[in-house]
Design a protein around this ligand. Structure first.
Ligand SMILES: C[S@@+](CC[C@H](N)C(=O)[O-])C[C@H]1O[C@@H](n2cnc3c(N)ncnc32)[C@H](O)[C@@H]1O
Length: 186
């Protein structure tokens, strides 16, 4: 596995220092970086900043001139991320509820990393995405890795995103125990 980019390492250290355990995995980060590199212009959105690990990966792949907005409702967490991302041009950390900044769209890439946005807010996320824009939803457990007690339980995130109208979505395995959904808006 290749070394982490320095900007990502800084965010990982900040997350560790703040005992923040919800950053995206490196595998998801590498996928975000690759998708980000395909965005030619406009703005991208991360819903749920945490300490800036996901944002650092998106910024890593990003082309010059493409803006990244990332939003977190926790002021202390947003301050940590702002510090981590301070040297990145065109990266804005907003402290707010994610729904309140959707008017800044449409977005060419939306990394959806807040439970409410993956579930009840899915249609709002899709509406805020530009035509041909990409949505990434992380933190899925591959079905063959489900513990016995999960079997037969509702699988709401897959049901919503793999069945939503207005997008084409596919599940992509990023690691033995991790999968993401990647969707493109019609
Ligand atoms: C899974 S973590 C994000 C991790 C980050 N995307 C990364 O990869 O480093 C989810 C974050 O969403 C924030 N959050 C939860 N509900 C929110 C809401 N309604 N609006 C904005 N942020 C929210 C939490 O404070 C938390 O920092």
């Amino acid at each position: 596995m290749s070394e982490l980019p320095s900007g990502v390492s800084a965010a990982v250290r900040a997350a560790e220092a703040n005992r923040f355990e919800h950053s995206c995995s490196h595998a998801t980060g590498r996928l975000l970086s690759a998708v980000s590199a395909s965005v030619e212009s406009g703005s991208m959105l991360e819903i749920g900043t945490g300490c800036g690990v996901g944002a650092a990966w998106i910024a890593e792949g990003r082309r010059a001139g493409v803006k990244l907005v990332t939003v977190d409702r926790e002021p202390l967490i947003a301050d940590v991320a702002r510090e981590v991302l301070i040297d990145r041009p065109d990266v804005e950390v907003v402290c707010a509820d994610w729904r309140s900044i959707l008017h800044l769209g449409p977005f060419e890439l939306v990394f959806t990393d807040v439970g409410d946005a993956k579930l009840a807010g899915a249609n709002d996320v899709i509406s805020a995405t530009a035509p041909r824009g990409i949505i990434v939803i992380d933190d899925l457990r591959p079905l063959d890795q489900w513990p016995e007690e999960w079997r037969g339980q509702p699988d709401e995130i897959r049901d919503i995103w793999l069945g939503a109208s207005g997008i084409d979505a596919v599940e992509v395995r990023t690691a033995r125990a991790e999968a993401v959904i990647v969707a493109v808006k019609h």
